[in-house]
Design a protein around this ligand. Structure first.
Ligand SMILES: NC(=O)c1ccc[n+]([C@@H]2O[C@H](COP(=O)([O-])OP(=O)(O)OC[C@H]3O[C@@H](n4cnc5c(N)ncnc54)[C@H](OP(=O)(O)O)[C@@H]3O)[C@@H](O)[C@H]2O)c1
Length: 317
């Protein structure tokens, strides 16, 4: 099978490329600014692309060849950082999906779209709004598609390993190093931390068994969320970590924080605040019916594994 992967140098995209190649498929990994995550191999070729441009900025000859090859298109490219301008999310996450769909539609390519589990509730930020808009485009496109909705993607189940420490990991470091001691949040809020291998395995399975799940939506979740209370208890098991205090969001006052903490709050914590009060538990029955496997570790055991990996890599001390 021939498979195009956008966002191929990203956290999820790179893992998907590896799995597809190991399964014997020919992969065209479309990168952007970031370098390819591993060298070209006989089964994985890299090509620079820009999803904000028609045909993803690919030369017409390449587009003709991809259409003739009847590729499957996995669309994982997105701006995933929070706090960016709406215009950026619109151009990349919404416009990029429109361009990827146009390419898929003209080439009759099955389309595997990576969305987010958080599109189904009031949007916490511009990123989520753009991911919901992108998903609507997929549903309205007439292209044969499967939508995969990961929750919060973190290190691998068996090892805790992750290639890029970003997003929640940045918040985690600020908290555990004591740079932020008080956060708005509810101790009964829960985080669904899905191992990156779980997401990549599911995407690979969907590519290979597309016909079985055509036009469906599959959550990619851990299914064993951890509450902030459990997180605090796990943090307390590590002598070098500072354990944060969560204050109910309705009484939390950022202006009462010491200057440095307030700056961290304004730059980072504020972006994650909706997740620190969310009690959403996702339903992945459709995914389990298709893919069977859920992570075996409980959320708390997996959290320990993630922290151990961060310590082993020197990301946390
Ligand atoms: N990570 C999570 O927790 C999470 C949770 C739910 C859903 N998701 C979704 O899963 C998908 C993959 O996420 P990820 O965690 O792998 O994110 P990621 O590591 O940020 O990867 C996204 C990739 O998209 C590329 N990209 C950005 N702008 C582009 C453009 N104009 N043209 C082409 N490529 C562009 C980026 O390349 P450059 O860096 O080189 O610009 C990056 O490699 C995304 O759709 C995301 O919304 C992620």
């Amino acid at each position: 099978m021939n498979v195009i992967v956008t966002g191929a140098a990203g956290l999820v995209g790179a893992e998907v490329c590896v799995r597809l190649a190991v399964a014997g498929h020919n992969v065209l990994g479309l990168t952007h600014h970031r370098k390819p995550p591993f060298p070209t191999t006989p089964s994985v070729q890299w090509f620079a692309a820009d999803v904000t441009r028609p045909d993803l900025g690919l030369p017409p000859r390449s587009v003709d060849r991809l259409r003739a090859d009847r590729c499957v298109l996995v669309h994982a490219a997105a701006v995933t950082a929070f706090g960016r301008d709406d215009s950026v999310y619109d151009a990349v996450n919404v416009g990029g999906t429109a361009h990827a769909l146009a390419l898929a539609g003209r080439g009759e390519m099955p389309f595997v779209h990576i969305s987010t589990a958080y599109v189904d509730q009031p949007y916490a930020n511009g990123y989520e709004r753009s991911k919901a808009a992108a998903e609507s485009l997929v549903h309205g496109s007439g292209v044969d598609a499967v939508v995969i909705r990961p929750s919060i993607v973190v290190g691998a189940e068996a090892t805790g390993a992750i290639r890029l420490f970003r997003h929640m990991y940045v918040l985690l470091r600020l908290v555990l190093e004591g740079k932020v001691g008080v956060l708005p949040g509810r101790y009964d809020a829960c985080l669904d931390l899905v191992p990156v291998d779980r997401v990549a395995d599911l995407v690979t399975d969907v590519v290979q068994r597309f016909g079985e799940v055509r036009n469906s939506t599959l959550p990619a979740i851990a299914g064993s969320p951890v509450t902030l209370r459990e997180c605090s208890e796990v943090f307390a098991e590590y002598p070098s970590f500072r354990v944060p205090r969560f204050v109910p969001p309705d009484v939390f006052r950022p202006d009462a924080l010491p200057d440095t903490q307030r700056r961290y709050h304004d730059r980072v914590v504020r972006l994650y605040e909706p997740y620190l009060r969310s009690r959403t538990v996702f339903d992945d029955s459709a995914t389990r019916a298709f893919h069977g496997r859920r992570p075996e570790l409980t959320g708390v055991a997996h959290l320990r594994r993630l922290l151990d990996y961060c310590l082993a890599m020197g990301y946390l001390r």
